[in-house]
Design a binder for this molecule. Structure first.
Ligand code: SF4
Ligand code: SF4
Length: 354
């Protein structure tokens, strides 16, 4: 039996701004959405579920993740109900639902909680550097190990259990029978969507946006590989040094485009930026930029006298690894890829033909 939460629309408002009551159910949004299909019809259905407070229908649905936020539905909604932003808010709400710690939901709902978390992490990094008497060599060394343990720890302790929870809600709870063969056969789809986000190309006029995202994902992941596994800040190999410069420059250049897009608000998708959107783009920009400058300082032999620069980078890195990746908007990258995978499982098992 469907669970109804009469307070759902109030709760959802904490995850983004839109007017649910403005919708008069005309269906125009679904008609204009180039990603909506007869098997996965949205966003009108999600607007209805939200108005009615059908929480269990929403938490077991993959549809919020199948929207790539082109904004066409919002710009053509006759009632200005902003269904595109509703889909975005549902993604934030779902992120909070999947997260076993409850911190994701808290960070999305409360700007104060987010600021406190960022400040606590920054103080922690400064206290750590103080305990090491601001010795650059030690801080660099431990900072490098922190990167490795943060990646492994955050994935094993936070992200993996949350993905299992997402799987439980969207596959197990609706009693979808999926054979082991189908899981294995479809696994390639997970990685294709993760690295290419190719579904964005299905949105009209989205080729530039897809390309920017694609370059950013590749730049970000390869920078991560270069700093963590090739130890960029200690590298002597010219190829590795240049590779890191190019990757970090890609990351901060592309994110500057995203930040300016959000400031200018020219596109529908940039009309309503929530604090979590700002934390994500600014965090990514500063990660790329500070990594670039730290390596430049190393090559100019001036980092020893400017330890504060590495400390600044380490603060951004720690905030990114301990807040934005496990609890913030970064998770959308992961959940969206798994949603595409789970959707493929459902398609192959004929769930949509029943
Ligand atoms: S959100 Fe707008 S376009 Fe969609 S059904 Fe409601 S009124 Fe119509
Ligand atoms: S924002 Fe774009 S992809 Fe998402 S529901 Fe609206 S029209 Fe479809």
């Amino acid at each position: 039996m469907a669970r109804i939460n009469p307070e759902f629309s109030k709760e959802l408002k904490k995850y983004g701004g839109f007017d649910l009551n403005a919708c008069y159910n005309c269906g125009n949004c679904t008609a204009v959405c180039s990603l909506s299909t007869s098997e996965n019809s949205f966003p009108r259905e999600m607007v209805r579920y939200s108005v009615l407070g059908l929480e269990s229908e929403i938490e077991t649905s993959l549809n919020p993740w199948l929207c790539y936020y082109c904004g066409d539905c919002s710009s053509t909604c006759p009632r200005e109900a902003d269904p595109g932003e509703l889909m975005m808010s549902l993604r934030r709400w779902l992120t909070g639902k999947y997260d076993w710690t409850g911190l994701s939901g808290l960070i999305y709902r409360s700007l104060t909680a987010s600021i406190i978390a960022f400040v606590v992490v920054a103080i922690g990094v400064i206290a750590f550097a103080y305990a090491q008497a601001f010795n650059l060599e030690t801080i660099l060394h431990i900072g490098h190990y922190f990167e490795m343990f943060a990646i492994g720890g955050v994935f094993a302790i936070i992200l993996l259990p949350n993905i299992i929870h997402m799987w439980y809600l969207t596959i197990l709870k609706p009693k979808t029978k999926v054979s082991l063969k189908t899981y294995i056969k479809s696994i390639g789809d997970l990685f294709v969507h993760m690295f290419t986000q190719k579904r964005t190309l299905g949105c009209d006029d989205n080729k530039t946006r897809w390309f920017e995202h694609f370059i950013l994902v590749i730049g970000y992941l390869s920078l991560l590989f270069t700093t963590v596994f090739l130890d960029w800040f200690s590298a002597q190999n010219l190829f590795i040094i240049l590779l890191g410069y190019v990757e970090s420059a890609i990351v901060f250049t592309v994110t500057i485009i995203f930040v300016s897009g959000r400031i200018q608000k020219k596109k529908e998708v940039s009309q309503r930026s929530q604090p979590s959107d700002w934390f994500f783009v600014i965090g990514l920009l500063l990660m790329g930029l500070t990594a670039f400058i730290v390596r430049l300082f190393i090559d100019l032999n001036i980092l020893d006298n400017n330890v504060w620069m590495y400390l600044f980078h380490l603060i951004i890195l720690a905030q990114w690894a301990l807040i934005i990746v496990p609890f913030g908007k970064w998770t959308h990258f992961l959940y969206r890829s798994f949603a595409m995978y789970f959707d493929k499982l459902k398609t192959l098992e004929g769930v949509y033909n029943e």
